[in-house]
Design a binder for this molecule. Structure first.
Ligand SMILES: [Zn+2]
Length: 159
């Protein structure tokens, strides 16, 4: 694989996971290159930057600096080859692209599912306030609301 192909295949997150480093919800990690390891390293899709020690680079420099490797060594360790792309490397990329697409469409589906749940919950809540409590229609709305709430909890557990 070429350098660009490897970059398409692995995000910064993928590489960090190999070192059991997981970015927080704001995409920051304890900088592994800082002496005191402050939470000052911002992780982007393809690169990183530490505002304390100014360490920055991409997946290759991260591996180079962590493993004390030269670029060609880090490149090879990620499956890099010099010369024309082989059938195998093309296949690996194809699969990675497919996986990414599947993941994205699952996330999209999930998002619209949750939007619908919130929409319905709003409608039922409105009716619960409007209707006479403990009447048939009120109970229908109440049960529907509970049902949607259960769906929401389920989807949270799934993700
Ligand atoms: Zn640092």
């Amino acid at each position: 694989m070429t350098k660009e192909e490897i970059k398409q295949l692995y995000s910064m997150r993928d590489i960090l996971e190999q070192y059991e480093i997981f970015p927080n919800e704001n995409d920051f990690v304890n900088c592994p290159f800082c002496e005191d390891g402050k939470v000052s390293m911002k992780i982007n899709e393809d690169d990183y930057y530490c505002s304390t020690c100014n360490a920055n680079g991409d997946i290759f420099t991260f591996i180079q600096n962590t493993e004390k490797l030269t670029f060609p060594e880090a490149f090879k360790s990620l499956g890099g080859t010099y010369g024309k792309p082989t059938f195998e490397s093309k296949l690996i990329l194809y699969r990675a692209k497919k996986n990414k697409e599947t993941k994205l469409s699952q996330q999209e589906k999930m998002k619209s599912e949750i939007e619908l749940i919130f929409l319905l919950m709003n409608v039922y809540l409105k009716w619960i306030h409007r209707l006479e409590p403990f009447t048939g229609p009120w109970e229908d709305c109440y049960n529907e609301l509970k049902h949607q709430f259960g769906k929401l909890e389920n989807s949270n557990a799934r993700w």
